[in-house]
Design a protein around this ligand. Structure first.
Ligand SMILES: C[S@@+](CC[C@H](N)C(=O)[O-])C[C@H]1O[C@@H](n2cnc3c(N)ncnc32)[C@H](O)[C@@H]1O
Length: 175
């Protein structure tokens, strides 16, 4: 979905960097002329991502919550961000105590909507299966449902899964 809109030279945000797999993909899509801004609260996550992204000068990392996105992104990025990725929950293989949660996720989503370019897309991967994940997923669905017709919101979820399946919400800005 994001590869249909991201072009070399675009600006993008990874709102949950973790080990940097998604950041790397974004950096490859926008190329050396683009910009990727990455947020994570965990020092260890950003250390791993920094190693993965060595040599990718188009990437800037911020060790802070994505709820501070609006104060960290350059003012010139308002209306200029083509893709924002949220991969919610906790970093696999580490403590489950550090994880995203509804209040800060909604604050970050509201700010990301302000920065999104016309034609840009925000993706959120929700994990309703872990403790607190169902509440966070419900909050994101509810906020997304209320968005104006300036946005097209779609939801993708596997129906024949035994446990609560991860789901994708995609928010595309039309106007
Ligand atoms: C599922 S992992 C992300 C995986 C990552 N996208 C990757 O490619 O490896 C979720 C990440 O969100 C981070 N996180 C938790 N609360 C956060 C917040 N308020 N702002 C930014 N990141 C947060 C966690 O530290 C964790 O690294």
């Amino acid at each position: 979905m994001l590869s249909t809109v991201l072009k070399p030279g675009d600006w993008a945000v990874d709102a949950t960097v973790g080990n940097g797999h998604d950041t790397l993909w974004l950096a490859q899509q926008v190329g050396p002329q683009g910009c990727v801004f990455g947020f994570d609260v965990q020092e260890a996550a950003l250390a791993a991502a920094t190693r993965r992204l060595e040599g990718f000068t188009q990437v800037s990392f911020y060790q802070c919550g994505h709820e501070h996105l609006a104060t960290r992104l350059p003012p010139t990025s308002q209306g200029r961000i083509t893709a924002v990725m949220f991969n919610l929950g906790y970093l696999p293989g580490t403590t489950h105590d550090i994880k995203t949660c509804a209040p800060s996720t909604l604050a970050a989503l509201d700010q990301a909507l302000d920065f999104l370019a016309i034609g840009g897309i925000i993706t959120l991967i929700l994990y309703p299966g872990h403790t607190g994940g169902a509440e966070e997923a419900a909050a994101v669905r509810s906020r997304s449902d209320q968005l104006s017709p300036a946005f097209v919101v779609t939801r993708h979820v596997r129906l024949n899964a035994r446990a609560p399946a991860p789901e994708l919400i995609a928010i595309a800005r039309r106007t």
